[in-house]
Every structure is written in structure tokens, then in C-alpha cells.
Design a protein around this ligand. Structure first.
Ligand code: 5GW
Ligand code: MN
Length: 363
């Protein structure tokens, strides 16, 4: 083919090529717009998504509130002067263990104040256990989260029996009616179900942290923001020095609470745990599901919800651990290392209020 013929061919088809290009651009654009999930489209949306995300992250960087502590005068920490030398103050997964003398409350209070959060305290007073409420609430007003906002969530089958204890500004008693169960084991275990339900329905909108405790107790010394963390529990006063094999974990392997002999860190108490609402929700939901799975196979763990709680903590390590200062029973005496008895078991009149440890031993 000679050059002139080629030139003529292009001259004639040029407008055709032009229109074809225009048309294909239009169609390509149309398909990009409409085809969800098309590979090209996906590529583009991923690009946009990452850009959007990183822009949000940048916004977060710029807008996150600045924590600026006021001038405070205190003795500084010293590398060669550990605050406590007689007890373990950090776990091998770097969770603090809270002991008297191991923290500076002024610093912690100031940091917490800047979060502008309310603390929720859940207690159950079903049937005869309403008798514990008066002293519990009065002593909590003296020692629990002093200077901070608190909501006392009192679960009871008898809201009319909740005493009228005067509370300080920013604090409130919230009675919440729940049904009672005939078996005491059921009353104790259902706490997991009720806490998880209310966490989702209510607590998540009202408080930042939840503290969940037994009601047959009294506050006897300071219990404040030093306890707060994503997920925390207390070392049981009966087992702080025990070897693993002595822990009263559930040892039957057909229970969901089963813990093998070579696992577990501490024996945690069922009577004092807490954390952020989302973490407490996850914990109580999991424990309740495990309790129900056992129930369906006619099983009940040796220490009911406490056994399931201990199982949960083997695989979801607490981010902070409270020393037995935070849950003590004078039946265990007054050992040297225990500088404070902050939260004490109220001796139960066994004739009137059955004791669960004793009734278990009788079985
Ligand atoms: C009653 C009899 C035996 C065991 C428990 C109960 C019981 C417990 C009850 O009738 N009403 C009730 O509200 N409870 C709640 O469960 C209380 O908040 C109580 O603090 C918690 C755990 O039961 P405790 O304190 O008797 O268990 P221990 O192991 O501290 O003796
Ligand atoms: Mn108790």
C-alpha cells in the first residue's frame, strides 16, 4: 500500500475514530458510576476509603483533648527505690497490681477528672440481702470514688426496701427491679445475665466504667480511681499466696468453666470486678452464655459464676488487678503486707442469711 492511500484512509475515518473514542469514554464513565463491586470501581473506592480513614485519623490527632496536669508537688519516683518490695506490683503481662503505697492518688484523680466520666457501681440485693444496703451505701459515700460522679445501680426484687441514704452532689441511687430466683445459686449466677443486659440497654449511655461488687460488704477505707482500667478483678483473699493446684477452679473437663492444672494466674474473686462498659459487657455476656451451656447439660460450676469468671480471665487477661486490700474478710486475719482493709465482708448471721461457702461445704 502506498503512502497516499494510507493518508486518504485516515482522512476519511478520522471523524469516525473521534466519535468512537468519545462514545467509549462515555460508556466507561457510565459503568464506573453504576457497577458496584467492579474491580476498577473497587480499586477506586478502596483508595477513597483509605484516604477518608487517614483524614479521620488526622482529625483525631488534631482534635484529641490535651491532658494538661496542674502543677503538683510530690516526691518523684526513683528507679532504685521500688514503692513496694514485699509484694508483686506488676503481672508478667504488665498489668499493675494495686497495693497501698504503689500509686499517687493526686495524679490519678487529676487524670480521671479530665476524662469527665461517671462511675457505675452495680449491687444486687435480692430477698433478705436488702438488709446490707444501708451500711453498704453509707460507707460507699464516705470511701468510694470520693469527689467523682457515681451512679449506684441497685438491682432488687423489693425496690420499696431500698433505704433512703443521702448522697453527695453528682451521686445518685438508681433502684432497678429484677425478679428473684428461688435457688441462691441462681440469684448469684444471674448477675452475669442482668449486668450484660443492662450494660447494653442503659449503662453504655450513662457511665464510663462499671464496678460490680457483692452487697454483703462495707467500705472501710479509700477505694478510688486507682482501681479503674479496661478490665479488672480482685485477688481472692483466701488464695493470694496459693499454688495453682490449690486454686478452687472448676476441674471437671465437661464444664465450660474447666481450667487445666497447668493454667491460670490468680484465683480471682467474683465479688469485685469491673472495667469499661464494653469490656464488662463482653465478660458478663460470655460468662452468662457459658453458665447456660453448662445448665443445658445439667452442670453447675463449683463456685458458680466465680468459676466462669476465672475461666474468662485465663484467656482475657485483666489490664489491672486489685490486691486483697480491696476485698478482705477478717476471718483471714491481718497479715503484715496488708496495709489497708478497704472493703470488708460483713459477717453473715448464718441462721438468718445462709452462707454460701458453708452451704456448699455441707453438700
Ligand atoms: C442467698 C443465700 C446464699 C447465697 C446467696 C444468697 C443471695 C445473694 C441472696 O439471697 N440475695 C442476693 O442478693 N445475693 C447477691 O449475691 C448479693 O449481692 C450477694 O452479695 C451476692 C453473692 O452472694 P454471697 O455474698 O452470699 O456469696 P459469698 O460467697 O460472699 O458468701
Ligand atoms: Mn458476699
Amino acid at each position: 500500500m502506498d503512502r497516499t492511500r494510507i493518508r486518504v484512509f485516515f482522512k476519511c475515518s478520522a471523524p469516525l475514530i473521534f466519535w468512537l473514542c468519545l462514545l467509549s469514554t462515555f460508556f466507561l464513565g457510565f459503568f464506573w458510576q453504576t457497577s458496584e463491586g467492579h474491580w476498577l470501581n473497587r480499586g477506586i473506592s478502596i483508595l477513597c476509603e483509605t484516604q477518608r480513614l487517614s483524614r479521620n485519623k488526622t482529625d483525631l490527632l488534631d482534635n484529641s483533648p490535651e491532658i494538661e496536669l496542674p502543677r503538683m508537688v510530690y516526691t518523684k519516683a526513683h528507679i532504685f527505690k521500688p514503692l513496694r518490695t514485699d509484694v508483686l506490683t506488676v503481672t508478667p503481662w504488665f498489668a499493675p497490681i494495686v497495693w497501698e503505697g504503689s500509686y499517687n492518688l493526686d495524679i490519678l484523680n487529676e487524670q480521671f477528672r479530665q476524662k469527665n466520666m461517671t462511675v457505675g457501681l452495680t449491687i444486687f440485693a435480692i430477698k433478705k440481702y436488702v438488709v446490707f444496703l444501708q451500711r453498704f451505701l453509707e460507707t460507699a459515700e464516705t470511701y468510694f470514688m470520693v469527689g467523682h460522679r457515681v451512679k449506684y445501680y441497685v438491682f432488687t426484687d423489693r425496690p420499696e426496701a431500698v433505704p433512703n441514704v443521702t448522697v453527695k452532689d453528682g451521686r445518685e441511687i438508681v433502684p432497678l427491679k429484677v425478679q428473684n430466683y428461688s435457688r441462691w445459686q441462681e440469684i448469684s449466677m444471674r448477675r452475669m445475665e442482668i449486668i450484660s443486659y443492662f450494660s447494653k440497654q442503659r449503662f453504655i449511655n450513662e457511665v464510663g466504667f462499671l464496678v460490680c461488687v457483692d452487697v454483703d460488704m462495707r467500705f472501710n477505707d479509700h477505694v478510688g480511681v486507682e482501681i479503674l482500667s479496661e478490665l479488672f478483678d480482685t485477688i481472692h483473699p483466701g488464695f493470694y499466696a496459693s499454688e495453682r493446684k490449690a486454686f478452687t477452679y472448676e476441674r471437671r473437663n465437661n464444664s465450660k468453666a474447666f481450667i487445666p492444672q497447668d493454667e491460670g494466674d490468680f484465683y480471682y474473686a467474683g465479688g469485685f470486678f469491673g472495667g469499661t462498659v464494653d469490656k464488662v459487657y463482653q465478660l458478663t455476656k460470655k460468662c452468662h452464655e457459658a453458665i447456660m451451656a453448662d445448665k443445658n447439660r445439667s452442670m453447675e460450676a463449683i463456685w458458680q459464676e466465680e468459676s466462669h469468671l476465672n475461666k474468662y480471665f485465663v484467656y482475657h487477661k485483666p489490664t489491672k488487678i486489685l490486691s486483697p486490700e480491696y476485698l478482705w474478710d477478717n476471718n483471714f486475719g491481718s497479715p503484715q503486707f496488708l496495709k489497708k482493709k478497704r472493703f470488708l465482708a460483713v459477717p453473715k448471721n448464718h441462721a438468718v442469711i445462709r452462707n454460701r461457702r458453708n452451704s456448699h461445704l455441707k453438700c
